[in-house]
Design a protein around this ligand. Sequence first.
Ligand code: NAI
Length: 358
Amino acid sequence: MKVLAILYKGGSAAEQEPRLLGTIENQLGIRDWLESQGHTLIVTDDKEGPNSVFQKNIVDADILITTPFHPGYLTGDLVSKAKNLKLCVTAGVGSDHIDLNACVDRKIQVLEVTGSNVVSVAEHVVMSILLLVRNFVPAHEMIERGDWMVSEVARNAFDLEGKVVGTLGAGRIGYRVLQRLLPFNCKELLYYDYAALPADAAKAVGARRVEDLKDFVSQCDVITINCPLHEGTRGLVNAELLKHVKKGAWIVNTARGAICDKDAIAEALKAGQINGYAGDVWNVQPAPKDHPWRTMKNPIGGGNGMVPHYSGTTLDAQARYAAGTKSILENFFNNKPQEPANVIVGIGKYETKAYGQR
Ligand code: NAI
């Protein structure tokens, strides 16, 4: 079979660090294994436009492997051109870069390595909440500049203790964030999700469900976004919703950039409606050099905790999602059943409830 993998470029870092498995250089560690079974593997990071290696090779590929960190966007148009495509594997979690509805129609299966990096992301979320609330980035930048003016950073530094933190989406990552916040003695932990947490799970973290989104955001000092991107969440955090966000709240989005309206967020931060925004996901990846989220600031010059998409690609996570990708392929080649939790789109239907209410 022809396997096409769109991964990110690792450069000299990947040559020096073989555990960077998610790169075009280290190829998820599956080349020798695939070739020993008679399959062909094409690996590239060249993914944009009709002349890209991705678009040229998708037409006769049987299997597509992509990663959310450098997404190969499999649009409906490309699905219709991909005549042999049977399986899409997301090396990681989050398959919004694939037109899932088109895959349902064409009976192309879409699988993720569910759970492979959920702890990695939850830890990044807690870090990002703390760096915003404590005004860490401007404090560090001051030190690098050679300055020392405590009041300039302390004027916007707070404790997380006593704050209300809410997760928009309380699945694997959202719930792990709540678990990790317990020792901080927040005033309250809230969640907004169309699926209620099991009663014992909610009780274990003391989380209260808020069923109306505007009501939810109006109660949170910190909002952490942990739902997939789908028709029901694209642009969910827009200018209208931001009007209901508590003034001076902090938002952390490690879910997907396009859940938030790019310009509305930049404007709300600039105006001080929100005090900070952090995360690692962007509406287009790689983010253009002039993307407003790279440099946006609150009125006193802080509140930006943006980084490139890497929270779910720690070396620990890469080991897990590389092994998970191989295991999905093994099951596929040997006609064995897949782990049910990994199946996003089965043959002709969604097998998960997380990508929107249908
Ligand atoms: P999950 O499937 O365990 O949980 C998702 C939750 O979101 C579910 O409880 C679902 O009911 C809820 N949800 C869906 N639509 C919603 C809506 N409209 N409003 C409220 N809640 C909604 O998924 P998991 O593992 O927690 O991952 C969540 C997302 O995080 C992924 O889909 C991906 O986009 C992102 N992610 C980001 C990574 C990174 O490196 N930054 C790495 C891994 C995941």
